[in-house]
Design a protein around this ligand. Structure first.
Ligand SMILES: [Zn+2]
Length: 98
């Protein structure tokens, strides 16, 4: 198991969040990222992903999305990196078309 952002193996497994809810994720001591195990990557419903991206394209900060939807910051960021950029390009293309 290595960090999916820095490929570092200097990671620790965390099992519970502050509320004591069971959640398995990892913390990278090198780049200070949190990420989920591979098989848990798709445990969030697609709708939640859409909502997160929608919020972001509406101008909501990632930190706010992360707190309000209780999705790890790095997960939100990785969704936005892929889907959000595509969405932003679409919005910009639409604006130009007018
Ligand atoms: Zn890392």
């Amino acid at each position: 198991m290595e960090c999916k952002y820095s490929n570092s193996e200097n990671i620790i497994k965390k099992g519970k969040n502050k509320k004591g809810v069971q959640r398995f994720y990892f913390y990278c001591k090198d780049c200070h990222s949190y990420f989920l195990e591979k098989y848990e990557k798709n445990r969030y419903p697609n709708d939640l992903k859409k909502i997160a991206i929608r919020l972001y394209t509406d101008g909501v900060e990632i930190a706010v999305i992360n707190r309000s939807l209780e999705i790890p910051y790095e997960t939100v960021r990785s969704w936005i990196r892929v889907e959000g950029e595509r969405a932003i390009k679409k919005i910009e293309a639409r604006k130009k078309g007018r």
